[in-house]
Design a protein around this ligand. Sequence first.
Ligand code: WT7
Length: 705
Amino acid sequence: MAKARQKTEAKASKNKLTEAQIAVHWKEEKYFYPSKKFKAQANLTDPSFVKKFSEKNFPKCFDLYAQLLDWDKSWKKTLDASNPPFWKWFVGGKLNACYNCVDRHLAQHKNKAALIFVPEPEHESAAVITYQELYKRVNETAAMLRDFAGLKTGDRVTIHMPMIPELPITMLACARLGVIHSVVFGGFSGEACGLRAADSGSRVLIYADGYHRNGKWVDHKPSADIAVETARKEGQDIDKVLFWKRYPGHYRSESPMIVNRDFFVEDILKDYRGQTVEPVSQDAEAPLFLMYTSGTTGKPKGCQHRTGGYLAYAAGTSKYYQDIHPEDVYWCMADIGWITGHSYIVYGPLALGATSVLYEGVPQFPDAARPWRIAERLDVNIFHTSPTAIRMLRKAGGDEPKKYNYHFKHMTTVGEPIEPEVWRWYYEVVGKGEAVIVDTWWQTETGGFLCTTKPALDPMKPGSAGPPALGIYPVIWDENGQEVKPGTGKAGNICIRNPWPGIMQTIWGSSERFVNQYYKKYCKNPKSKDWRDWPYYAADGAVLPADGYYRILGRVDDVINVAGHRLGTKEVESACLSVPDIAEAAVVPVVDEIKGRVPEVYISLKPGVSPSKAVKDKVVSTIETIIGKIARPKQIHIVPDMPKTRSGKIMRRVLAAISNHMDTGDITTLANPDIVAQIRELVQGRVTGPLQDGPEDIKLFGEEK
Ligand code: WT7
């Protein structure tokens, strides 16, 4: 193990390659061709449909997506681009997202399963919620939110819930009223939830008492108390917290309810039984939801998505790229607390009247064959997951899929680059050589897919997302704004030249940040009113071979993609700095066999503080409290000083090179070049030395002779 590492290190240092360059030098993969059987039924089979999305038909082409929805009032103009980069889509149109996902399916499909809920405990059977039941439950919930919680169109509400049917029910109830929902991933801490609730100005929180995760019962209620307190400190009062019970009739939390603040939904809903609420006819541009995500600065930003454009894009891409037909059983194993779940568990599939499977737990519980048992039982034929889950299932049970009698026709991978070797296992073993794969590249900000092959129609190339989605026109630019032409083998920054309906409207409460983050970099003329001058900057590196298949290399900003989820290094660093003993903190991404990347933390201590395990434990627990377990660092290194430029800037790149056993490159310009060798010995000493396993074994500076 140690030897292998030394070898890789020696190789990397000999060639002096950066990680991006190594990625670029990955060999070209051979194509895989989809089966004819699938091709015959693919929704995109009609070539004339594809042609309608050619650049000369922009933006009118997107009417084809909007036409998948029912509008109360038709739009007058597809795109109003008169105030870049604040686009307006389907101008003048009116619709309701909940009506489109629920009501309109009743006439023909009220008995059809809208959601199939699979609890994590395997002895609990799956629960089917038909469109009719969904309609009833959403209406009653909407009546409660309006009349009991006092929510009205345009208000924001923060939802911190696990993967149970009451989560999409609550979201759809909000959408019915035009209340803007902000779902915070269940795994985030109460503090993280409280900060987001305050930023969005939510007066109401919606929670569940608890849930099952990886074989354990998670008591979720205490998180609500912390969230309320955190929001209050930020100046935002929370009037009401509504609790769904995971088991109706049984409160499963140890934590007491607070009188006049906390309410059980099931108690209140009794007063609203059978009530219906007229769906509020919303302007196409009315915000539908906020989704907070990490960026380059410490504070997470609320990506604000519009009703009409977003729903049209989610429905269109679900139809043509997830290729969902009415008879399909579709399972996206993401969490609704992330954008993937919003677009491709809830809004896209339900807008199409499809059946969407909702799984409460982790894929490997109780063993790595669980997903295949679920697929067999429910006859799932479209499966959607992330490279992290695929790597994990492969490692823990590489032969398991063969033992189960399910047949996927279509599989999605999303969230991070997938290694070609992992892709082939997904194709050959999980997909049994029959299913097509789409590797979909996109972001929280973009609402839906940006690059992906057309399922069953385009050949697939392991490790490459592939060509742009319909109506999307990407370009790769270098730092100087020169185009990196296809086939040059060089990496650059991928941008989208044109607006599309799924793109976020703005950052909640900060239009300036929106412009600076996504549009400033390659805008040559900030006064221009021509959309062509306002390309979208994605902050991802990419390469483009001559065949036009984009290969996404990953983030080029201070964002670490951990298991397909975004973590801002600055967020983790500011959490570390809230520990009084810490003088400086730097967080870097480290390659991880399963999760792709994980954060590793470097800290230096204030004078007079001695390095100890206690300090490190404090840092870990603080990170978990402020952000959540997802941000738990792999290692914490206490260093005597950080490598710095002469102007005092911490050189995270140098630290990342050390953590990843890579060459640090030229360090002679640093203010303190000698520190690099010291840190390297400190960090890598553990690999070759006798102390190898577990976080306790990390060498602390000053502890070693
Ligand atoms: C970042 C966005 C949008 C779905 C979930 C993640 C990376 C996303 C791919 C892919 C390579 C990918 C990018 C992107 N990413 N999909 N197919 N291949 N990288 O949403 O949390 O907003 O993260 O995930 O780096 O910028 P997100």
